[in-house]
Structures are given as C-alpha cells and as structure tokens.
Design a protein around this ligand. Structure first.
Ligand SMILES: *[C@@H]1O[C@H](CO)[C@@H](O)[C@H](O)[C@H]1NC(C)=O
Ligand SMILES: *[C@@H]1O[C@H](CO)[C@@H](O)[C@H](O)[C@H]1NC(C)=O
Ligand SMILES: *[C@@H]1O[C@H](CO)[C@@H](O)[C@H](O)[C@H]1NC(C)=O
Length: 305
C-alpha cells in the first residue's frame, strides 16, 4: 500500500485534492476582504490589523485579505491617518481596488474606527468593483464632537476644548489636511458644519443629495455597525450607530431612526432596515475591544463566509 501511495506523482495528487475541493465546494473561492485601519494604526501591525488579517485567513480557507496601506510605507500609512485629505484617500483606495483583478467579482469590507466611515465612502462613491457586505467596527458615522478622555464629561475644560476645536477645524487649510477635522461635527451650529466640512457632510448628504450615494448603498447585501458601549474614545459613542446630538446643543442624543436622514431616506438606510440588511451590534467594552471568538462568530461566520 505504502509503495503504491508513493508512486502517485505529486502533481496528480495535488490535482486530485483540488478536484475534490471543487466538488465539495462548487463556489469555492471565497469573496476577498478589504480592511481599513483606524487612527494611529497602520495596515500591518501584528497586534492589530495584521492579527485580524491572520484571523480571517485562518477561518476561511483560501481567502485573499488586503489590509489597506495608505501611502508607500508603514510610517506614511500611519501619518496619513492624521494628515491627509480623506477624499483623496478614498479615491486612492477606489483605484487600488479597481486595479486589482482579485476584487472584480466583489469583496467584503471592514473598517475599524475612522476606517468605518471611510469604507462607507468607498461604498457610496465607487460601486466598481462591487462591495458586498460592509462592516463598520466603532466607526463614527455622524462624526465626533469631543476628545478621547473627555467622553461623557460635561466639564469646563472639555467643553472649552471642543469649542476651540470648532474654530480651527472648519478652516479651509485644516479641512484639507487634518483627517479628524473632516469628521468633526459641531452640533451647536449645524449650518457651519454643513457648509465647511469637506468629507462627512458630503457622504451624509447634508447638502445637495447625490442620488448615486443612495443607489450605491442599496447595492450592499448588508451594512453592519458595531458600537462599543464603554467607548472612551468616541464622543458621542452613539455616532457608531449613526446617532448624534440633537441640533443646537451637546447633551441630548437622537438615534438614526429619529433623523431626516432616515425618515426621508437620504442614504437608503430605511430601505435597508426594512429589508433586514441593516445590523446593529454592540459590545459592552471600550473602543475596539473584542475577543477573537466574538469576531469569528459575529463577523466572520455571519458576513464573510
Ligand atoms: C491604478 O492603475 C492606473 C493605470 O494603470 C495607475 O495609473 C494608477 O496609479 C493605479 N493606482 C493605484 C492606486 O494603484
Ligand atoms: C451659525 O454660524 C453662522 C456663521 O457664523 C451664523 O451666521 C449663524 O447665526 C450661526 N447660527 C447659530 C444657531 O448660532
Ligand atoms: C428596523 O428593523 C428592525 C428589525 O427588522 C425592526 O424591528 C425595526 O422596527 C426597524 N426600525 C424602524 C424604525 O423601522
């Protein structure tokens, strides 16, 4: 028996295993996955995005995972998470995906923290190649009005800091160079936010409505938003589910369902919810803190298989 086994040429054996796999899984090749990292992070840190990439690869046989690098090196990638026009970054990512034949049949996308709203911009602006499922992990879909460490605190220093941030955030120069200013959302004066913000106000259809943004969102199979209930980085944390401060103050919050964005369905979110394609997940932890087993059973098994 052993003799016989040894005489099968390696190529034939490989072909045989391959054919068996094709028979067992007729649509064998799994949709590739694209990951966009958060602020202060980069594509390839073995403890964050590198780990996520490996986790997906270990759980889905033969999958191709691209962790986006914005720039030509890890240092550039990290710096560009702070200092770059987000619209240019989104354009660059759209080109990267369009240039790579592996994505032509469609791909799944996961954005972590600010990568969540940036990936949504890719879905809205670049329908080719098609994004299948969009997962936002701790993304700030209505922006932020606050600083890490000030979350939930209504004290003088924190309130002063955000008022001062507004004064600089909406200047032209800062809007075009500082990433976080491009999703700074001051609820005390929505008019100024709508007029001056170069990124978030556009993808959220705050000014003129771009019908293709809605049409493209509706091409998604699912849009999944993960919110961290003990988030100490994102203020208000409700932004992770599209909630935000009601206009004119910075205390009371409304949910997505109470906003005209939803009731008038500027982005297709109402239609998605009504067809069971909008998913709200939560974790009782701090920003981006989740276990491997949570990620496997709630994200990989549900949306990437
Ligand atoms: C995509 O391909 C075009 C044409 O070959 C090239 O000019 C461009 O630099 C590429 N973009 C990226 C981001 O790879
Ligand atoms: C918002 O700011 C604009 C421009 O500075 C100003 O004209 C308007 O009165 C402000 N609105 C409120 C509600 O403060
Ligand atoms: C959104 O969908 C969920 C689940 O199908 C449903 O329970 C909920 O009522 C919907 N929300 C609104 C505002 O329609």
């Amino acid at each position: 028996m052993n003799e016989a086994k040894k005489t099968i040429p390696p190529f034939t054996r490989t072909l045989f295993v391959f054919l068996l796999n094709v028979i067992a899984h007729p649509n064998a090749s799994p949709a590739p996955v694209v990951i966009w990292h958060g602020m202060g992070d980069c594509c390839c840190n073995p403890f964050s995005m590198g780990h996520i990439k490996k986790l997906i690869e270990e759980n889905i046989q033969g999958i191709y995972v691209l962790s986006l690098e914005i720039g030509n090196s890890i240092v550039e990638d990290t710096i560009n998470g702070f200092l770059m026009n987000v619209n240019d970054q989104v354009k660059m990512v759209c080109e990267t995906l369009a240039n790579d034949t592996k994505f032509q049949q469609g791909y799944n996308a996961i954005g972590f923290s600010q990568g969540g709203q940036f990936m949504r911009a890719v879905a809205q602006r670049c329908p080719k190649p098609p994004m299948l499922n969009l997962v936002s992990v701790g993304g700030q879909h209505q922006g932020v009005y606050g600083f890490p460490g000030c979350v939930g605190k209504q004290n003088i220093v924190c309130n002063m800091a955000r008022r001062m941030m507004t004064i600089i955030a909406y200047t032209n120069f800062i809007q075009n160079h500082i990433v976080q200013a491009q999703y700074w959302h001051d609820p005390l004066n929505e008019t100024v936010y709508r007029r001056a913000n170069v990124f978030l106000a556009d993808i959220n259809q705050e000014n003129e409505k771009n019908p293709s943004y809605k049409a493209n969102m509706l091409k998604l199979k699912n849009f999944v938003m993960v919110k961290f209930l003990r988030d100490s980085m994102v203020e208000p944390m409700e932004s992770e589910w599209f909630g935000f401060y009601k206009a004119g103050q910075a205390k009371d919050i409304h949910t997505l369902f109470e906003t005209p964005m939803y009731t008038e369905d500027w982005l297709g979110l109402k239609e998605m919810n009504n067809t069971g394609r909008l998913h709200f997940l939560s974790l009782d932890t701090d920003h981006l803190k989740f276990s491997e087993s949570w990620f496997i059973s709630n994200i990989i098994d549900q949306f990437l298989m």
